[in-house]
Ligand binder design. Sequence first.
Ligand SMILES: [Zn+2]
Length: 283
Amino acid sequence: MPELPEIENLARQMSKELHGKRIIRAESPQPKCLNMPPRDFLRIVGKTVKDTTSRGKWLFTRLEPGDYLLLNLGMGGDLLFHKKSDTVPEKYQLRLTFHDDAELTASFYWFGYIHLVSDEELPRHKMTSKLGISPTDPEFTAERLSSMLAGKRGAIKTFLLDQKNIAGIGNVYVQDPLFKARLHPLRKIQTLGEPEIKALHEAICAVLNRSIRLGGLKYEKDLYGRHGRYGPRQFLVAYKTGKPCPKCRTKVVKIKTGSTASYICPRCQRLRAVSPWKRNARK
Ligand SMILES: [Zn+2]
C-alpha cells in the first residue's frame, strides 16, 4: 500500500511531466470511483494541468480553470504516464489523453478515488479537509509535534497512524522511526519527554526522506512503472522478525499492537511507564 514517499514521488513526477498539458479526452469506466455522474466528470476535458502536490495518500492536481483532480490509490494501484502508442493497461479506472497524445492512466488493485472538485468546494471536500499535517511540510517541526501531542493520551503509535494528526504514515513507515527514537509502539503519549519527541520527529523525517530519495518502496511503482529502491535492506526492524537489531543484536520480535502488527527490538524499545528524562517530562 503506498504511503507518503511513494505518493510524494508521484506528485513530483506528475508536476514534471503533466504541467502545461491540455486534456482532450477523459474516460472513467468505473463510475463508483467518481464523486459525480460520469457525464459531469467530462467537464475535465479542455482543462490545462498545472502542478501536483501530495498530502497523505492523496494527490492534488491543479487544473485551469478552476478545478482540482484528487486521486487516491487506496490499497494500491498503478498511476502511469505513457505515450498513446504505448500499451495501455488492460484494466483502468481513469484514462486521460493530452493534446500531445501523452496519456495518464490510473488502475487500482482494489479500489481508489477519482474526485473532481472545484476551488470553492476543496476546503469542504470531506475526505481531504480533515487530513493532518504532512511530515514533508516545512511547518512540521519538533515544536509542532510537541504541541500536537500536548494533552493527548493513548499510545504513540496510534497517534502517528491517525491521518487526522499526521497525513501519510502507515504501518510500513511507522516502524523504523519508533525504533530510531527507542520508543515502544504502546508507549503512552503523556509519559514522553521532550528529548524523546525531538528524537521521534527527527526519525520520522529521516526515514521518510530517505525513502523519497530512493524512489519509494521496492514493491510500489512510480509514474513510469519503475519500482522504488527502498526495501528490506533499508528497513531497520520493520518486517525483520528474528533478525538481529542493528544496534544491539537482540532478535527483532513481531508483536500485536491493537489492530496492527509492530516490529520492535525488545531491548532498545522497552515499554516505559515514565520518561527516562524525568526532569524534562511533560506535565
Ligand atoms: Zn536493540
